[in-house]
Write a protein that binds this ligand. Structure first.
Ligand SMILES: [Zn+2]
Length: 111
């Protein structure tokens, strides 16, 4: 296996690390964050199935040996353009997950 290859914690697929989301337990604070930071890392395919499994079976938490905050999953679901299954009845914010395919043109930057 090439050194830059990583394994998805859910489906165990192997690919170059650029193909995955990286979730990092930052050292020494123990905070979890995405993409950046030094510390223990877990990799996950940017796919619903893998995210779902990681969340439902706590694969992410086990891989990182940390409690994964809901916001982490939330952010990842938003990246997929989906709504987290765990937050079905959350209060609706003014912008529902503005993704790359967002169609609302009426938000001028009034700063
Ligand atoms: Zn996967």
């Amino acid at each position: 296996m090439l050194p830059n290859f990583r394994r998805c914690i859910s489906c165990r697929k192997v690919a170059s690390k650029e193909a995955f989301w990286r979730i990092v337990r930052v050292y020494p604070s123990g905070q979890l964050q995405l993409d950046l930071g030094m510390g223990r890392s877990a990799y996950l395919c940017p796919e619903q199935e893998c995210l779902k499994a990681a969340q439902k079976k706590n694969r992410l938490g086990k891989a990182l040996r940390a409690r994964v905050p809901q916001e982490i999953y939330q952010t990842l679901w938003e990246r997929l353009g989906a709504v987290s299954p765990g937050s079905a009845k959350s209060t609706t914010q003014e912008t529902p997950a503005a993704g790359p395919g967002d169609l609302s043109p009426k938000q001028p930057d009034c700063r």
